[in-house]
Each structure stands twice: as C-alpha cells, then as structure tokens.
Ligand binder design. Sequence first.
Ligand SMILES: Nc1ncnc2c1ncn2[C@@H]1O[C@H](COP(=O)(O)OP(=O)(O)OP(=O)(O)O)[C@@H](O)[C@H]1O
Length: 273
Amino acid sequence: MRYGTHDVLRGVTFQARRGEVLALLGPNGAGKTTTIEILEGFRTRSAGRVDVLGDDPAHGGEAWRARLGIVLQSWRDHGKWRVRELLAHLGSYYPDPWDASELIATVGLTEHADRQVRRLSGGQRRRLDVAIGMVGRPELLFLDEPTTGFDPEARREFHDIVLGLSRTGGTTVLLTTHDLAEAEKLADRIVVLDGGRIVADGTAAELADRIAGEDEVAWTLDGRRHVASTRDATRFVRALFAEHGDAVAGLAVRPSSLEDTYLALVRQAEGRA
Ligand SMILES: Nc1ncnc2c1ncn2[C@@H]1O[C@H](COP(=O)(O)OP(=O)(O)OP(=O)(O)O)[C@@H](O)[C@H]1O
C-alpha cells in the first residue's frame, strides 16, 4: 500500500485459516487498520494479491460482503435508532441473522435494548458495534480494536463471545488490539507489524521462543522483598532454596508474558534492542 510516494505496507504476506483467531499487533501507525481495511474491501491496495473467502476484496460483490462481519475502529452514527430496532433492521439484510434479543443479551445490552444509541455510554456503544458486526452470523469477522473502552467485566464477556464464535461457530476472526493480554488469551496466531512490515508471525509460544524472554522471580527474605529476572526460573529457585532454605517466603514466579515478547520484538525491529 502506497500513499503518494510513501509505502505504508511492504511485503505483508500472511494467511488466516478457517476458524482461527488471528491477532494483528503493532505500534501506532504500523499499518494494522490499513491492512484490515484492504481485506474488508474499504481501501484499494496499490499492488499485491489478496484473497478473502475466495474473492478479491477490491471486486467483492454483495453476496461476498454478506459473509463478512465488520467492526470498525470508530463508529458510524446511528444516534436516533434504538438498540433492538437497529439490530433487527440490520439483521433483515442477512439470510440467517441472530435474533435481536438474543444478540443483545450476548453482548450484555439487555437493559439498554430500548435506548437510543446516542444515549449509550462509550463502552455500551462499543458493545453495540460488536453486535452489529455479528448480526449476520459472518464466516469472517473483522474487529479493529474492539474492546477499547470496555470495563473489565465487559472485556471478559467479550472474550468469551469471540472464543465461542471461533471454537464452536467456526467463525474466522481477524482482530487488531493494543491489549497484549487480550491477544494472548484469544489469538491462535499473532502477526506483528511494524513500520508496514511483518516482524513476527506465529503462536504466542512460538514468538516467545524466538525472543527467549526472562521470567520474573519474587521472594521475601528476612522481611525484605526481592525481585530478579532470569532466563531459567527453575534453576534460579533451586539455587535460592539451596542457599537460604526455609528462610525464603512468599515465592512468586511470573513467566515472561506476550507483552514482554512483543516489546522485545518491536525494539529489535526498530534497531533499539
Ligand atoms: N489516507 C491516508 N493517506 C496517507 N497516509 C495514510 C492514510 N491512512 C493511513 N496513512 C498512514 O499509514 C500508516 C499506517 O496507518 P494505520 O492506520 O494502518 O496504522 P495502525 O497500525 O492501524 O495504527 P493505530 O494503532 O494507531 O490504529 C500511518 O503512517 C498513517 O499515517
């Protein structure tokens, strides 16, 4: 993808398999939204080959679009519509839509079903966006930063919805997020973009193996709290007990997280490692 003389995506090659949750990660401006919008058919690429559900998104017709669900980063305005009305209306465009009330319950908006959209809070509005993306029971669901503004409970419920759609419904999900814990929980595979290029592609475990991150060990000794980073927590803890025995208390080991791996990957890609 090129704007003027500026390449914002270069050599971005990846595949999403049916039924998998694929997370696109990357710093602000990395090219996630551009990639997702090309796949959705919202942006026309400058060059390259793209295949989404067997069609080129640049020429996808109505029947092709009906197989997609789309949650954009910023929402369009449906202010005067009531939640239930809007979902029932949008559902009527599809051959086998979700029942509006069932969908409203699934995204946790039952109490607000008869509210006007403009009276919803930011997080409630975002839940509605997700419901709009799901209403046609899409084969492929695009979610661009879907949980921005969700409270922790809504986030947990949303994660269960996505996992349910993918595991039992066979829906393929492509999502972008800045929440690394979310990616770790949901994604079967992770693609990391930086500066318009792919810098990593694999499962969270595969990415972690490439980076050889450090685990964090914390313990208390003689009333003082200690924290150390180590490549081999088991060996470290064994040595700690060999030296101090029962004097060691409050032991906690935190394995390196996807966040650690991600930050190391991005630093490496940007030559800051
Ligand atoms: N219409 C446009 N014209 C010119 N440049 C653009 C246009 N749209 C996006 N860009 C540039 O393309 C690059 C990628 O933007 P994109 O929105 O895809 O990033 P992103 O990874 O989704 O970022 P964020 O995490 O901030 O949402 C950025 O450098 C942006 O400035």
